[in-house]
Design a protein around this ligand. Structure first.
Ligand code: GLN
Length: 269
């Protein structure tokens, strides 16, 4: 179990999204309320992504990560509040048994404008995800994309963890989907990934969180998730970080799409 959070809305101080509220992500690291048999505390590091717009209008996700417990890192109070962004994706980690505790294993995983986090576990992850990659490689080859889902791609995972490997697979799915800028690619990619994994490992726990800086997508598969969406902002969080009555708990096996003024919660499978 880990805890993760996504925000889209008016620019905020990036550090605030980690520390805001009586039950902030910072607090959820050592006193989570809803772990669902997935560990006790989230002391194996943390990470935060924010978005920058370049001179050529290219949107890029940047990040800061540390493998130490979030409450030991002074950057949370001294550096992250100096950054402003209209989108934030953050996570605190409880490493799955057998997986390394290192900076490169901490979410968010990023590429171009995308940032990603995984709360859960893929049973027998090497065999399971290799099987998924082989299945997807056949489809990609028919589409002329022989370089996707290959063993070489899997070896590009930043860390030897299920989460880092999921990110490689999701990036390749996003690359095979609709052209850049088409939001519809993300829900389809998440659905394909979750269902291919559950086919092989029905006990898999797959709360995924993805953002391109303009919209949030999330899945629930075993772990908790809540959303709070108004006309001004959208929040997706493993646990509500304050007692605002507008937080809405998401049922298991859902696919959430959220941005300011728009929320959809659909069946995942
Ligand atoms: N399995 C992932 C990891 O080890 C996520 C862990 C979790 O959700 N606790 O990083």
């Amino acid at each position: 179990m880990c805890r993760h959070l996504g925000y889209i809305g008016p620019p905020v101080r990036v550090g605030d999204m980690v520390t805001l509220g009586s039950h902030s992500l910072h607090t959820q690291a050592w006193a989570p309320r809803d772990m669902r048999h997935g560990g006790t505390i989230n002391a194996d590091g943390f990470g935060v992504a924010w978005w920058r717009v370049g001179a050529d209008d290219t949107v890029t996700a940047s990040r800061y990560r540390n493998a130490a417990p979030i409450w030991t890192d002074p950057a949370v109070d001294e550096v992250l509040p100096q950054l402003e962004s209209a989108a934030v994706l953050a996570a605190v980690r409880s490493a799955t048994v057998g997986m390394p505790v290192e900076r490169s294993a901490c979410a968010p995983f990023t590429r171009d404008r995308w940032a990603f986090s995984h709360n859960g576990v893929v049973p027998d992850w090497r065999r399971t995800l290799t099987g998924v990659a082989e299945e997807f490689a056949l489809i990609a080859a028919e589409l002329g994309a022989e370089d996707l889902f290959t063993p070489a791609r899997l070896l590009e995972a930043e860390s030897a963890t299920d989460a880092a490997t999921l990110w490689v697979l999701l990036c390749d799915l996003l690359a095979t989907g609709a052209p850049d800028g088409e939001w519809s690619a993300a829900p389809a990619a998440l659905r394909l990934l979750v269902s291919a994994i559950l086919d092989r490992a029905p006990e898999a726990r797959l709360n995924l969180l993805l953002s391109d800086g303009a919209q949030l997508w999330a899945t629930t598969c075993h772990h908790s998730l809540s959303v709070l969406v108004t006309d001004d902002f959208a929040l997706v969080s493993s646990e509500p970080f304050d007692d605002d009555p507008r937080w809405r708990s998401i049922p298991d096996r859902s696919l959430v799409s959220a941005r300011p003024g728009a929320l959809s919660v659909d069946a995942l499978l």
